[in-house]
Ligand binder design. Sequence first.
Ligand SMILES: Cc1cc2nc3c(=O)[nH]c(=O)nc-3n(C[C@H](O)[C@H](O)[C@H](O)COP(=O)(O)O)c2cc1C
Length: 340
Amino acid sequence: MVLKIGALSLPSTIIQSPMAACTDLPFRLIAREKGLAFSFLEMVSAQALVRDNRKTRKLLLSSPQDKPLGAQLLGCDPAIMGEAAAIIEDMGFDLLDLNLGCPVRKVTGNGEGSALLKDPNKAEEVFRAVRNAVKKIPVTVKMRKGFSDPSGDEAVELARRAESSGLSAVTVHGRTQAQMYSGSADYEAIGRVKAAVSIPVIGNGDVVDSEGALRLKSVSGCDGIMIGRAGLGNPWVYRNLHNAMTGASEPEYVPTVAERRDTLLRHLDLEVELLGERQAALNLRRIVVWYTAGLPHNKNLRVGVCRTTDVRAIRAMIEEYFNQLPSDVPAPCAPVLLSE
Ligand SMILES: Cc1cc2nc3c(=O)[nH]c(=O)nc-3n(C[C@H](O)[C@H](O)[C@H](O)COP(=O)(O)O)c2cc1C
């Protein structure tokens, strides 16, 4: 089973979503080691990229093993989006996605992210400017199902315009901007988008296990499934979902406590190697929460990691914490339901 997006052919229909401050290079390398076929890195501001902002360039850090990889641009000025898109293509990314989903006020207040759902003419100008600026790689768009209208009409309208502007796929997160992360994702609205266009539609929202992935597929008929939060601290999820979607007979893989410890320590090592000790220590404040979700007595470890920037101390705290637990028992990962 493959997911074809423009000229890009992916061996799995399960892909990782862009997530700010989460889907960095160490995260993606670990996910790929455990079976992820395609990942996004987090959104970057088109304006900042065009200005060659140093922090923005850092967010685009990748490596030869980190492929195929999609970048995502945030912005609403067609000329700047076009300019930034050409930079992304020149940097060697395999796909470019446009962010029409970000619900945070700071972003929508500038007319960016999900605010473009309310301005389909402007959105279409952005689609066309980007499509014209990019020569080879597929361009896709990720949107919410609407701004405040829960019907899904806004997503249907924008998906049609994306298709007629030459975009190669659309992803729909089945919530409105107004909902932020409350309620549950509406898979019927994703199905309405699927029925309205011929380009691939990728469904997104609340999938944390095989049952959820199969339900999203059967309700919406979507071509691919994008996983967001379920990948945090659970790099085993991609293979499990891929197996479910392909009807493989392999049982669901559940890591042991020791595997969760070892994967967390490897994540720590990669953070240090690729981002430096200080950044690694700060990032570990989040990462430790992901890998210890659902495990007992994790509070002291989480608090301890927040109190230091010494990577050696963090490693020792992680080892000490896991040493108290029986290492060979299966420890199902619990979803980390953050909001942006
Ligand atoms: C911390 C956080 C950061 C996110 N950053 C982005 C982003 O950079 N670009 C984007 O399109 N969506 C972003 N999202 C939205 C997710 O990609 C995804 O659409 C959403 O979480 C719903 O999917 P899920 O229920 O599988 O997590 C973010 C979500 C969270 C929780």
